[in-house]
Design a binder for this molecule. Structure first.
Ligand code: TLP
Length: 339
């Protein structure tokens, strides 16, 4: 099977498996796992933040950020098709007890003026706006890279209004490799950053959240409350370290594969590529093929290719290191065959 459903499906590389085998471990709830500590230090350094925390998943990282930044009853401003709003099971309301307020973005980017106008003024009836969330790259916008200037302006709006900013950077490394802008430059425009080790970077498990020392100390307690204190967790942090040491620059290859796939798909009758492919995600509208996304994906599966249903008319393909250039070509042949 050529699995293009997501970059979450990558299997750990040989060096990751070896690193897990030899990892030095200790009880991370006591702060005594040397491998986790090394991973957290390295992640904080890459992002230019004081401290970082290893968490089980991107979802857990985002939820911990809301729990740490907000108080129950607060309002959070976020983009209308953001992962936090669409795909985290309503966790912001269920766990952090915050109310979400959405701003419709263009290719994932919210208009800073609209964000500013959405912040609550002082009024006895209103909730308190305490947090703004951004997502880079933006998943539902097809892996779109948020312009740095957009992030800078929104961050300034937040600071002018005494608000915190959280960046869902599940694929921030794709943004950085795709744009050539250092991670640190993006991370400067957020008080907390979450990124996933288990997507394009290829680690089997885990995400990082980073911020000030005070933020991370408080976040650590929320992680414990959520059951995320994981003891001898160096065994899964070790592949994460390998991911940061070996797998960043090669994301460019996934982006190239995505372009090749998108160009090939765009030439097929009945298929429209909906996004400007900047990183590793391609969203295609299949309506004109006469197939529903479900039947399209089913038919493709019978040809040995997995893609994901992504909307009422759309299918998503995501490139990653377990898919070679040759497999991209095979995918194009398979799509042509089912059409
Ligand atoms: N995205 C997954 C699915 O949940 C849709 C995928 O296959 O793309 N933020 C963003 C922007 C994400 O894309 C994801 C996962 C997460 C957070 C959550 O990460 P995990 O899956 O580790 O909880």
């Amino acid at each position: 099977m050529i699995d293009l459903r997501s970059d979450t499906v990558t299997k750990p590389t040989e060096s990751m498996r070896k690193a897990a085998y030899v990892a030095e471990v200790g009880d991370d709830v006591y702060g005594e796992d040397p491998t986790v500590n090394r991973l957290e230090e390295k992640a904080a350094e890459l992002l230019g933040k004081e401290k970082a925390l290893f968490v089980t998943s991107g979802t857990q990282g985002n939820q911990i950020a809301a729990l740490t930044h907000c108080r129950p009853g607060d309002e959070v401003i976020l983009e209308a098709s953001s992962h936090i709003y669409m795909y985290e099971v309503g966790g912001f309301s269920a766990l952090a007890n915050v109310q979400t307020r959405t701003v419709q973005g263009v290719r994932g980017a919210m208009d800073p003026v609209e964000v500013k106008n959405t912040i609550r003024t002082e009024n006895i009836h209103y909730p308190t706006t305490s947090l703004i969330c951004m997502e880079n790259t933006h998943n539902l916008a097809g892996g779109a890279i948020l312009p740095l200037s957009n992030m800078q302006t929104i961050y300034q709006v937040a600071k002018d209004n005494n608000l915190q900013v959280h960046l869902d950077g599940a694929r921030l490394f794709n943004a950085s490799v795709g744009s050539g802008i250092p991670l640190e430059e993006y991370a400067k425009n957020a008080d907390s950053v979450q990124f996933c080790l288990s997507k394009g970077l290829g680690a089997p498990v885990g995400s990082i959240i980073a911020g000030t020392e005070d933020f991370i100390n408080r976040a650590r307690k929320w992680r414990k409350m959520l059951g995320g204190g994981l003891r001898q967790v160096g065994i899964i942090a070790a592949p994460g370290l390998v991911a940061l040491e070996e797998n960043i620059d090669r994301l460019a290859e996934d982006h190239l594969h995505a372009k090749v796939l998108a160009d090939g798909l765009a030439n097929m009758s009945g298929i429209t590529v909906e996004n400007k492919v900047e990183t590793n995600i391609i969203i295609v509208n299949v309506k004109e093929t006469g197939l529903t996304p479900e039947t399209f994906v089913e038919a493709l599966k019978s040809k040995g290719v997995l893609a994901g249903v992504f909307g009422l008319e759309t299918v998503r393909f995501v490139t990653h290191y377990d898919v070679s250039r040759e497999e991209i070509e095979k995918t194009l042949v398979a799509v042509q065959a089912i059409i």
